[in-house]
Design a protein around this ligand. Structure first.
Ligand code: NAD
Ligand code: DEZ
Length: 376
C-alpha cells in the first residue's frame, strides 16, 4: 500500500509504516503527478484535495485530514469517486482552548481587565467552543453562546443570535468552520457592517479560519479608530489568504500568530493517531499503536498545589506550559525573512495542560476541568 502524507504530520512513520510504504510530501505545494500512485492520502489543512489534485490518480482508497476544518476538501468530488474520507474532530480542541486562554490572560494584563467582569461571546459551540465556554465559566466570565445550528437541533441550547452578540459582547472569540454558502454561512461574518455594531472596545479573537473576518474591513476600521486615538484589542491566529497575509493588519494585532493555535504536540499528534485508527478500521485490522506510546516525557511533569491556590494562580500554572506571547514574538520577528510556513514548520514544542500532573491534598476540581491532570 502506498501512503502519501504531509511532511508536517508528526509520528506518521511510527503509526503508518507497518501498513505500507510512507512517502512524505510538501503539503502546500502538492501536485497531481506526485500523488498519481497513492492508495492512501493523509493531509493537513494546507492541501486542497479536489479534482485538480487527484486527476492523475486512479488508485486512491482512503483520504484523511488530520484536522477538524474541512474547507480544503472537496467532499462532493470524493463522494462522486466513492473515495472514503475522514477528518479528526476534536483532535486539537484543547490546544486551541489553551491558546485562547493564554491570549485572554495577555489582553487582561495589557488592558488591566478583570476577566470575571467581562461578557465573552463564543461563536461556534462545537468541540472547541464548548470546551472554551466551560473554561471561561470556571474563570468567572459571563459567557454568551452563539450557534444557530445547535439551536436548530437542541431545543434547550441557550443560543444568542449574532447581532445581539455584536451589541453586548466585550470579547468575541470565533470557533466556526469557514462556510461560504447557505443559511449558516460564516465567510465574512465579521464585515464592515457587523464591525460597526460592536462596542468600540470589543476585543476580537479569531483562531478559526481567516475568511470568517473580512480582513480588509478590519484593517479599514483599525485605521479609522487609530485616527481617533482608539484601538480594538485583537488576536489573530488565522488570516485571509494564508500564507500571504494582509501585512498592514499586523500592526493592529495585540497577538499575531501563524495558524498554530491547534499545534500543541498532543493536538497535532492526536490528529495522526485518529487517521491511523480510521484506516485500521477500514482495513479491518486492530490498531497496534497508540499516541501515549510515542509522547515524550514533558519538560515539567509535576507541580505541588497547596490549599491557598486560587483562581488568580492558574495563569502562572498555565504559563509553565505555554505563553502565546512567545508565538507572537516569533511571528513578528521572522515573518518577513523566513515566511508564514517556515514558522509553522519549525514550531517549538508546546505541551497541553494534561501533561502537567498536580499533586497535593487540595487540588481543586476546577483545575482538572480546565484540563490539568492529577498525579499518577
Ligand atoms: N487555528 C487553528 O489552529 C485551528 C485548530 C482547530 C480548528 N480550527 C478551526 O476552528 C473551527 C472549529 O473547530 P471545532 O473543532 O470546534 O469544530 P466543530 O465542528 O466541532 O464546531 C464548529 C461549530 O460551529 C458551529 N457553526 C457553524 N456555522 C455557524 C454559524 N454560522 N454561526 C455560529 N456557529 C456556527 C457548528 O454548529 C459547530 O457547533 C474548525 O472548523 C476550524 O476551521 C482552527
Ligand atoms: O482545522 C484544524 O484542525 C486546524 O486548523 C489545523 O490544526 C491547522 O493546522 P494545519 O493542518 O494547517 O497544520
Amino acid at each position: 500500500m502506498r501512503i502519501y502524507a504531509d511532511e508536517n504530520m508528526p509520528l506518521v512513520q511510527q503509526f503508518f509504516s507497518d501498513l505500507g510504504q510512507v512517502t512524505l510530501f510538501d503539503g502546500r505545494n502538492a501536485c497531481a503527478q506526485q500523488l498519481a500512485d497513492a492508495d492512501v492520502l493523509l493531509v493537513r489543512s494546507v492541501t486542497n484535495v479536489n479534482q485538480t489534485l487527484l486527476q492523475a490518480n486512479s488508485t486512491l482508497s482512503f483520504v484523511g485530514t488530520a484536522t477538524i476544518g474541512l474547507d480544503h476538501i472537496d467532499q462532493a468530488y470524493l463522494d462522486q469517486r466513492q473515495i472514503p474520507f475522514v477528518n479528526a474532530p476534536g483532535c486539537n480542541a484543547q490546544s486551541v482552548v489553551e491558546y485562547v486562554l493564554s491570549s485572554l490572560w495577555y489582553l487582561a494584563q495589557r488592558y488591566q481587565w478583570q476577566l470575571s467582569a467581562k461578557t465573552i461571546a463564543v461563536v461556534g459551540v462545537g468541540n472547541i467552543g464548548s470546551r472554551l465556554a466551560k473554561a471561561l465559566t470556571i474563570l468567572g466570565a459571563k459567557v454568551l453562546l452563539c450557534d444557530p445550528i445547535r439551536q436548530q437541533h437542541e431545543p434547550d441550547f441557550p443560543h444568542t443570535d449574532f447581532s445581539t452578540v455584536c451589541r453586548e459582547a466585550d470579547i468575541i472569540s470565533f470557533h466556526t468552520p469557514l462556510q461560504s454558502e447557505g443559511e449558516f454561512a460564516t465567510e465574512h461574518l465579521l464585515n464592515a457592517q457587523t464591525l460597526a455594531q460592536l462596542k468600540p472596545d470589543c476585543a476580537i479573537i479569531n483562531a478559526a479560519r481567516g475568511g470568517i473576518i473580512d480582513n480588509k474591513a478590519l484593517l479599514a476600521e483599525a485605521e479609522s479608530l487609530a485616527k481617533l486615538g482608539k484601538k480594538r484589542p485583537l488576536v489573530l491566529d488565522v488570516w485571509e489568504h494564508e500564507p500571504t497575509i494582509l501585512m498592514p493588519l499586523l500592526a493592529f494585532a495585540d497577538i499575531a500568530t501563524a495558524h498554530i493555535a491547534g499545534h500543541s504536540i498532543e493536538g497535532k499528534a492526536r490528529g495522526t493517531e485518529m487517521l491511523y485508527q480510521s484506516l485500521c478500521q477500514q482495513l479491518n485490522i486492530a490498531p497496534k499503536y497508540q499516541l501515549s506510546q510515542f509522547l515524550a516525557t514533558p519538560a515539567v511533569e509535576k507541580v505541588q498545589i497547596n490549599p491557598n491556590f486560587g483562581l488568580p494562580d492558574v495563569q502562572s500554572l498555565a504559563r509553565l506550559l505555554y505563553d502565546v506571547a512567545r508565538d507572537d514574538a516569533i511571528f513578528r520577528y521572522t515573518l518577513n525573512n523566513k515566511g508564514f510556513d517556515w514558522i509553522r514548520k519549525t514550531y517549538p514544542a508546546r505541551r497541553e495542560f494534561s501533561s502537567l500532573q498536580l499533586s497535593g491534598t487540595a487540588v481543586p476540581n476546577w483545575l482538572l476541568q480546565l484540563g490539568f491532570s492529577l498525579e499518577q
